[in-house]
Write a protein that binds this ligand. Structure first.
Ligand code: FES
Ligand code: FES
Length: 165
């Protein structure tokens, strides 16, 4: 029996036929939509490499069944830049050396965007580290990652103040 699911991926509606209801959101993104920026690390919810924003919340896409989220909005790393303009979080990761090999970076960036949107980060590096603790980095670029999240948060706050003014 065939199944299908429709997701709004980076603002574009995509209907995907599935021959197995157990297909994860991660496999759907990578293998069916060729959005390979979302990485598969552990495939069991322990590393955060597969983080995407699903209906406004950070999730490990390796643990989400695609068919359970019919109609949902999914934001992946491919959808965060605006044309040639990087997202402030991407810029901050570059400016603060928040990466080395880069494997964990898409997940770190998506998680940072989610954390900032949640308003949970605060200005305390310890809280940022805690908020990002679901995202592992084998290169141990944690200091740069924390600095990048703090800097991006300051930039995004200034942007939203300008928009309100
Ligand atoms: S691949 Fe999903 S948490 Fe590791
Ligand atoms: S930059 Fe290499 S795993 Fe994080």
């Amino acid at each position: 029996m065939g199944f299908s699911t429709t997701l709004i991926v980076n603002g574009v509606p995509r209907t995907i036929d599935l021959d197995d209801p157990r297909v994860t959101l991660l496999d759907l993104l990578r293998e069916r939509l060729q959005l390979t920026g979302t990485k598969k690390g552990c495939d069991r919810g322990q590393c955060g490499a597969c983080t995407v924003i699903l209906d406004g919340r950070r999730v490990n896409s390796c643990l989400a069944l695609a068919i359970s989220h019919d109609g949902a909005n999914v934001l992946t790393i491919e959808g965060v830049a605006q044309g040639n303009r990087l997202h402030p979080v991407q810029e901050a990761f570059l400016a603060h050396d928040g990466l080395q090999c880069g494997f964990c970076t898409p997940g770190q960036i998506m998680s940072a965007i989610g954390l900032i949107q949640e308003g949970q980060a605060g200005d305390d590096p310890e809280r940022v580290r805690e908020g990002m603790s679901g995202n592992l980095c084998r290169c141990a670029a944690y200091q740069g990652i924390t600095q990048a999240v703090l800097a991006a948060q300051t930039t995004l706050r200034a942007v939203s103040r300008k928009e309100v003014a």
